[in-house]
Design a protein around this ligand. Structure first.
Ligand code: SP5
Ligand code: ZN
Length: 352
């Protein structure tokens, strides 16, 4: 039986319309067509589709600060009410200045009047634009991940949340890397609340999920394991994803990073997937952050994984044999995106 799919229809309302990279607005890769391509492939494969259940702000503040949630919810309206859309003519919410910790001698930064400056209190980069329908889509993606977790806790063996925008770069109080709220972390937290902890999050996206790591860095109730392109080779998120980040306090040893060299292909990548599965030993449930941007021709990463590699990864993680929520993260080659996701899900079903 194909896995249930939770699909947040409102994802189409999020149209970042590019990203600001080193000060230049370039064509983005986190496009509405990503969601449509994945949905089309799974509809064709006969997967049953479900909508996300409505959520409230308190469902989000289990992971995120009220400040971040409030900012994301109101940023577009604030921007519209400011002069930026006409002077200088910026039609997306973009940060303008950042309150780095040392600037304020350790004192909490005051709340600025300008929305451009306020954005700098929550954004970790300039690439992650907020437009007219961004909040509706972000909220629906979070709701889809939460719905999938609820379904799993109610007895479904595994559920796939086909969400965009992705989530794993977003932390308790910050957004970035095309992510706004951390869908996978919200699912993991809900599983804990429904007595399915300890949870292991296995992150297969090509990039390190710095947000998920930060959210759970000091707890062992949710372990975080990730394989990703080595940030030391010059890749986003640049400051995080190194092997010596192992967790802190009660979370000591509950964080595992496996950085990989550019060009890493199936064999070495799958060996790392096996290590992540072993790291999950003893967990009562699992969340898979399913980025498929490690695909060999993905425009955002130099890893060299094939469709068959993702299918094998699906079978490997299924062998952990615990209730599982699979949450979509990155993956940007539209011509192969559907095949990569379906390949992983097929592999998962065969591996159970
Ligand atoms: C969820 C996810 O996969 N987020 C990844 C965002 C990584 N973006 C890094 C972008 C770095 C600059 N990209 C410019 C591409 C120019 N060809
Ligand atoms: Zn990625």
């Amino acid at each position: 039986m194909p896995l249930p799919v939770v699909f947040p229809d409102k994802h189409v309302l999020h149209v970042p319309d590019g990203e600001i990279w080193v000060g230049i607005r370039i064509v983005g890769t986190e496009l509405p067509s990503r969601g449509e391509v994945i949905a089309a492939a799974l509809r064709e494969g006969g997967y049953p589709f479900f909508s996300s259940e409505p959520i409230s702000v308190t469902d989000l503040t289990s992971v995120h600060t009220p400040g971040l949630v409030e900012f994301l919810r109101t940023a577009w309206d604030r921007w519209q009410a400011s002069s930026y859309p006409t002077e200088p003519g910026q039609d997306r919410v973009v940060p303008y200045a950042f309150p780095l910790t040392d600037m304020t001698s350790g004192r909490p930064p005051r709340r600025p009047v300008s929305v451009g400056a306020l954005t700098g209190m929550y954004a970790m980069d300039t690439m992650t634009l907020i437009g007219p329908g961004t909040w509706e889509a972000v909220e629906d993606a979070a709701a889809a991940a939460l719905t999938a977790a609820t379904m799993v806790a109610a007895g479904a063996e595994a559920v796939y949340a086909a969400v965009r925008p992705p989530g794993h770069h977003a932390g308790t109080s910050f957004y970035g890397g095309a992510c706004y709220l951390n869908n996978a972390a919200l699912a993991a937290k809900r599983l804990v609340e429904l007595d399915f902890g300890p949870v292991v999050v296995i992150d297969l996206d090509a990039h390190h999920g710095n947000g998920t790591q930060q959210i759970f860095y000091r707890t062992d109730t949710v372990r975080y394991g990730s394989l990703h392109i080595d940030p030391a080779a010059g890749y986003f998120p640049h400051w995080l994803g190194f092997a010596d980040e192992t967790g802190d306090g009660e979370g000591q040893s509950a964080n595992l990073n496996l950085p990989l060299d550019p060009g890493t292909a199936d064999e070495a990548w799958l060996a790392s997937v096996r290590r992540l599965v072993s790291f999950g030993d003893g967990a009562k449930s699992m969340v898979v952050s399913l980025g498929v941007d490690a695909w060999k021709h993905d425009p955002e990463s130099p890893l060299q994984v094939t469709v068959d590699g993702y299918a094998q990864a699906g079978a490997l993680v299924a062998q952990l044999g615990v209730p599982t929520v699979i949450v979509q993260e990155g993956g940007y080659d539209l011509s192969t995106l559907g095949e990569l996701v379906a390949g992983f899900l097929d592999g998962f079903e065969r591996g159970r």
